[in-house]
Design a protein. Structure first.
Length: 435
């Protein structure tokens, strides 16, 4: 018997029930400008931070510097012969507020190529990981292993002037983003392809080279990577990975330490790991039904059984959006062009037809529509990238662009350390009783 564990259980369980009851009865009481329900409920919806690179609107979806995702697909520079945007263009836009020219994007591609060499000891760290280590754990470790090369950390120790914090941070951000595809591809090839690595190819753009190092040479897969890495890049500052990066960075930790914190948040099942959960759930449904071409009626029955078991339907619902996620819509557009007859993709589309109606009928779900995670795995599976535990690493490579562009802005603006005020439950009850 563990006496400490048993005592903690005896102490905490009654408080959990009491907290739930207090929130239900007194949730609308304000403490300053914040409701009790917001204080207890993860600070949902509280406007309390600056984030320059993107803004999420409940009806319009994510906007990057004022541009919607369909507008980005239309206006950002593209690789020759491709219809999808180059992620380099989005990074330029997030950092400057300007849509870049083809020449500017070409320069950025070459600059990231110049900075992309990864120190050997980073690969040594990854090689020391056993097969049981999750790809996201390895990815975060690799980012930390690069930290000794931080320009900001080096110059800060030398007495860097506050006015120059942004410049060293910019250098770190550029180098880190440049290296991430090489690191991520190394993890993929190590864990799923026996360590048979593929060297980068000179002259390719950032996303195409990532596809090449992963081992996928089809032109449309490179096109997919350009779209994927663009639409996953940012989601305003309140989401967990962005907020974690901002919080760590606000302490003047360098970009490597800050991004690792953000990746650790992204690895959670309620955040970036959801794309893995979607694929696992669909695979379980296929096995249960016994067909890769289930009817909508069979899918509806399985969705109902999932809900009856007290589980969520992964890939559906969103904390802010009240319409289908534009990132889902763009992936659907891509799939309709390149793989309209793919059985797995068609399951995703049938879910799109079935799930919102079921969730909406419950009367409890504010947003019954699909989010970005509902579609991404099915497209990757079509091309043969079936290892769902790696999907969040892809997400992390993209998300780095948004959070590191913002870190540059945070340093340029001189934003302070983030330090919200917390209170105890006893303090909360005292405030309520004094109302």
């Amino acid at each position: 018997m563990d006496p400490l564990k048993e005592l903690f259980k005896a102490k905490s369980f009654p408080v959990k029930d009491e907290l739930k009851a207090v929130t239900k009865v007194h949730g609308d009481i304000k403490i300053g400008e914040v409701k009790v329900s917001q204080l207890v409920g993860g600070m949902r919806g509280i406007k309390s931070m600056l984030w320059e690179t993107s803004l999420l609107d409940a009806e319009e979806g994510i906007r990057f510097r004022g541009y919607s995702i369909p507008q980005l697909v239309e206006r950002l520079p593209r690789a020759e012969g491709d219809s999808e945007p180059l992620p380099e263009g989005l990074f330029w836009l997030m950092l400057t507020g300007d849509i870049p020219s083809d020449e500017q994007v070409s320069w950025l591609s070459r600059e990231w190529e110049r900075r992309a060499d990864v120190p050997k000891e980073v690969f040594d760290v990854l090689d020391a990981c056993g097969d049981h280590v999750h790809p996201m754990t390895m990815f975060s470790m690799a980012v930390l292993a690069m930290q000794p090369y931080s320009e900001f950390a080096k110059k800060y120790d030398e007495g860097l002037n506050k006015a120059d914090y942004w410049e060293a941070t910019y250098s770190d951000a550029m180098t880190l983003i440049a290296r991430l595809p090489r690191v991520a591809a190394y993890i993929y090839r190590k864990k799923f392809h026996g360590g048979r690595q593929i060297a980068p190819e000179k002259g390719l753009d950032w996303a195409a080279n990532f596809a090449h190092m992963l081992g996928f040479e089809a032109p449309d897969f490179k096109s997919l990577m350009r779209l994927y890495l663009t639409i996953h890049a940012d989601h305003e500052g309140g989401n967990a990975s962005a907020h974690a990066t901002h919080l760590v960075g606000s302490t003047l930790s360098d970009a490597y330490l800050a991004l690792s914190g953000g990746l650790n948040a992204l690895a959670g099942p309620l955040h970036g790991l959801a794309n893995q959960e979607v694929v696992n759930w669909i695979n379980e449904m296929i096995e249960k039904i016994g067909s890769t071409n289930p009817t909508k009626e069979q899918i509806a029955d399985y969705v109902q059984a999932t809900l009856a078991a007290g589980q969520v339907v992964p890939g559906y619902g969103h904390a802010v959006l009240r319409k289908p996620d534009p990132r889902f819509t763009e992936q659907k557009r891509f799939a309709e062009k390149y793989m309209p007859d793919d059985e797995y993709v068609n399951i995703v589309w049938k879910l799109f037809d079935v799930v919102p109606g079921i969730l909406g009928s419950l009367g409890k779900v504010a947003n019954p529509w699909p989010n970005v995670d509902a579609h991404s795995g099915s497209i990757l599976i079509h091309y043969g990238l079936k290892e769902s535990s790696f999907y969040t690493v892809l997400f992390g490579v993209s998300r780095a662009m948004g959070v590191l562009a913002q870190l540059c802005w945070s340093r340029a603006l001189g934003l302070p350390i983030e330090r919200p005020k917390s209170i105890t439950f006893d303090n909360l009850k005292e405030i309520i009783n004094n109302q």
